[in-house]
Ligand binder design. Structure first.
Ligand code: BGC
Length: 770
């Protein structure tokens, strides 16, 4: 509408000139400011403001500090006063709560010359006050709508508490479960991760510009999830083809979803630290992908360029990061300390500083902070919009939807609500601290429903729930075993809740041994001896090696870290009020020595499944995973009809595949139908299969649903080591099934018009999109 008005006004302007030259009376022109678009107003405001800013103030906008340190820590008092007075704080991180944030904003507004509002960032990773299941857990729901909703709810709570910006989603692909931060991502598959990245960005930013949404941040750019040996922060060496095919797409998906900020990673990629990588942050992100928002470094990552050995001094480090394309410097203060001198000496161009400052001021403007710096600081909203009933219900649903049923011998689950005596055992059975997971933001233990409470809520007094902890996570003591055994002996069923402590996964929490920690395995052996049905509920941040646990348990439920509504959701699943419908988004290896053992591995000359010994395999352990990618059971059963798949892609490169899925079991339920594709012969070695589609469908018992997938051949290409995207004609294997190992296959050929030979020159397609 506005554009039309502008056009009309311009035409009128011309005719006024004509009139003015003749004898007609002069009609006054409307002042230009009335017809500015919002974008023009923003530009004008920001440019005017920048004209008033000193170099110190500009660099200040590029600097982010830890809130706690400014309030009470080492940077409090005179240091913080002076930073505020000189306008040297552009953003503050990791303080939440209207009261505290108001103090900081007030100090800034009252003491700084230009009163430029501070932007408040916080790690709102899987909830803020209401804690949802961890991102890895949630990814197992394969429910994009749900993930949108939980991100939106987290944004509503965080913004009601004064936060403008979350450092999420983490969209790093993780193919190595030793890496602790696997808990924070969407698992090992790029296709699924792209969809989830998009849903979460849209969720956080659902109402951008209004004080109930927050900026999202795509992190950690890039390949942070592929460190050597799974050790957090370790260097990453990858072919460019793998970088382009596996690790970059989720970041591009975030841009396509409108993400406003990026975070550069700690690690080096092929010898160049991401935070000092101009090719990555400027050539690719800005120039090729046309990212318009701003880039923040990770915590101290600018200073760490010295430890990487690519910068000798603080000044070198600051210059390297800034020149690479890092707009905002998180926590180490190096930009404030070094950039001004560098500009004055001509080592940094003023126009580059201005470009970064402009990006950050625009972000503040778009949130309305220049109209009202306290816009997100509303104590009433904080009181009413945090932990609302609807968000609590969502947390319960999200937790149940994220759980994956791994084993259910003799249909032990769901348990009957008439069960008389339950032995509830394990260090996570009545635990409210650990079940929140590794990033609990401002979630509080007092709000957590433990499994013990959840069972009591569900069953009331008619069922006796006898709780014994049994053992700790790490202490090598078996003292409580006999009490646990007694309780088990007297029960009708044993529910053992075991796993990791929250901080055994997450940042800098890599593990080399992925068994159940401490004496928990021995505890399960003891419980087994009681001769009662044993349900094992696992809570953990990463895939564990569960071969032994799988043998010990009659039923095995992967509950991950379920968050605030832990106990209610576990009870919902165990007693059948919610149907298990999750499927794994990360493979569970048999043993650590197999790692990495992701499902979409590349073909080899001597495939491991050939019937001879000199093949790609270990001599002591099979290649298979214990639970493959995409695996998960239900209380009901689904059977797949024969897949319908044309023999050829149509002239537009499209192929529609369909399959009938029947619910043959005793309950209504949801099935996640998966579509995989493999390029049979290509000019580069291709994976044995790749996920290219999925649908989560609800099928009432006894009914059949037809599930359709449409494939576009242009999405079946690959990247070469020059980072060109290639689609080649030829045959593709099309697979449909219930998990990555359980699929039926057909073949379809794509004959490219005007070149139907397989060895035709690779055709480069759609390079601009990536
Ligand atoms: C993490 C980031 C996080 C930042 C701010 C870093 O240590 O790697 O993911 O956003 O801290 O808390």
């Amino acid at each position: 509408m506005k554009r039309i008005i502008v056009a009309v006004v311009c035409l009128m302007g011309f005719s006024f000139v004509g009139f003015a030259q003749g004898s007609a009376p002069r009609v006054p022109r409307k002042p230009v400011k009335n017809i500015l678009t919002d974008a023009e107003k923003e530009t004008r405001f920001v440019h005017n403001l920048m004209k008033k800013m000193t170099l110190t103030e500009k660099i200040g906008q590029l600097s982010q500090y830890v809130g706690g340190e400014l309030l009470t820590g080492p940077k409090s008092g005179a240091v913080s006063d002076s930073l505020f007075v000189r306008g040297m704080i552009g953003s503050i991180l990791n303080v939440g709560g209207v009261e505290q944030l108001r103090k900081l904003q007030q100090k800034n507004i009252q003491s700084s010359r230009l009163k430029i509002p501070v932007l408040f960032g916080f790690d709102v990773i899987h909830g803020y006050k209401t804690i949802f299941p961890t991102p890895l857990a949630e990814s197992c729901s394969w429910d994009l709508g749900l993930m949108y909703e939980t991100a939106k709810a987290a944004a509503i709570e965080a913004s009601a508490s004064g936060i403008h910006w979350t450092f999420a989603p983490m969209v790093d692909i993780a193919r190595d479960p030793r890496w602790g931060r696997i808990v924070e991502g969407a698992g090992e598959d790029t296709y699924l991760a792209c969809k989830i990245a998009e849903a979460r960005v849209r969720g956080f930013q659902w109402n951008l510009g209004k004080p109930n949404a927050v900026y999202a941040c795509a992190k950690h750019f890039v390949a942070y999830g592929a460190p050597q040996a799974g050790r957090d922060y370790a260097p990453v060496d990858l072919s460019l083809a793998t970088l382009a095919e596996i690790y970059l797409p989720p970041f591009k998906a975030c841009i396509d979803a409108g993400v406003k900020t990026f975070m550069s990673a700690f690690n080096s990629v092929n010898g160049v630290p991401a935070t000092g990588n101009r090719w990555l942050l400027t050539e690719l992100l800005r120039k090729k992908w046309k990212f318009k928002g701003f880039v923040v470094s990770d915590w101290n990552a600018v200073q760490e360029l010295k430890a990487h050995g690519v910068a000798e001094t603080d000044e070198d480090a600051a210059l390297l990061a800034f020149d690479a394309g890092v707009d905002m410097n998180m926590t180490d203060g190096l930009y404030n300390r070094c950039l001004e001198k560098a500009v004055r000496e001509g080592r940094v161009e003023m126009k580059e500083i201005d470009a970064s400052v402009e990006r950050i001021l625009r972000a503040k403007y778009a949130l309305g902070l220049f109209d009202d710096p306290y816009r997100f600081l509303n104590i009433e909203r904080e009181r009413h919009e945090v932990r609302s009933d609807s968000i609590t219900r969502l947390a319960r649903k999200a937790a149940a939807s994220s759980m994956v049923l791994l084993k259910n011998s003799h249909a032990l689950l769901p348990l009957s609500k008439q069960t008389k005596r339950i032995a509830l055992i394990g260090p996570l059975a009545n635990n409210c601290a650990e079940v929140l997971g590794s990033w609990k933001a401002r979630g509080e233990e007092k709000d957590v429903v433990t499994v013990l409470e959840g069972l009591k809520n569900k069953l009331g007094r008619a069922t006796e729930v006898n709780y014994v902890r049994g053992c700790d996570f790490l202490e090598p003591s078996t003292q409580e075993f006999s009490a646990a055994f007694d309780a088990a002996k007297q029960s009708d069923v044993i529910i053992a809740v075991v796993g990791e402590k929250a901080l055994m996964s997450g940042e800098s929490r890599s593990r080399a041994v992925l068994r159940l920690p401490g004496e928990q395995g021995a505890l399960l052996d003891t419980l087994r001896k009681a001769g009662k049905p044993l349900v094992v509920v696992l809570m953990n941040g990463r895939p564990l090696c569960l071969e032994k646990t799988d043998q010990q348990a009659d039923a095995l439920l992967e509950a991950w870290f379920p968050g605030t509504q832990c106990g209610n959701a576990v009870a919902d699943i165990l007693f059948g009020d919610a149907m298990p419908s999750g499927k794994l988004t990360t493979s569970f290896p048999l043993t650590e020595g197999q790692i990495p053992n992701y499902y979409n591995y590349k073909r080899s000359g001597r495939p491991g499944d050939m019937p001879r010994s000199s093949t790609v395999r270990h001599i002591d352990v099979p290649n298979r995973n214990l639970y493959p990618f995409g695996y998960g059971l239900s209380y009901t059963a689904f059977s797949y009809g024969e897949m319908r798949c044309p023999k050829q892609f149509d002239d537009d490169g499209m192929l529609t595949v369909s399959v009938d899925v029947t619910n043959t079991g005793r309950y209504d339920g949801e099935e996640i139908v998966q579509l995989y594709v493999a390029d049979k012969v290509a000019s580069m070695v291709r994976p044995v299969k790749e996920l290219k589609g999925f649908q989560k469908v609800f099928i009432p018992k006894g009914q059949t649903k037809r599930v359709d997938f449409t494939l576009n051949v242009h999405d079946l290409g690959f990247w070469d080591n020059n980072m060109r995207y290639i689609v080649e004609p030829g045959a593709f294997e099309i697979m449909v099934g219930s998990n990555s190992e359980d699929v039926q296959k057909k073949e379809a050929i794509w004959v490219q018009a005007a070149s139907n030979t397989r060895h035709a020159q690779p055709k480069v397609k759609r390079p601009k999109q990536r």
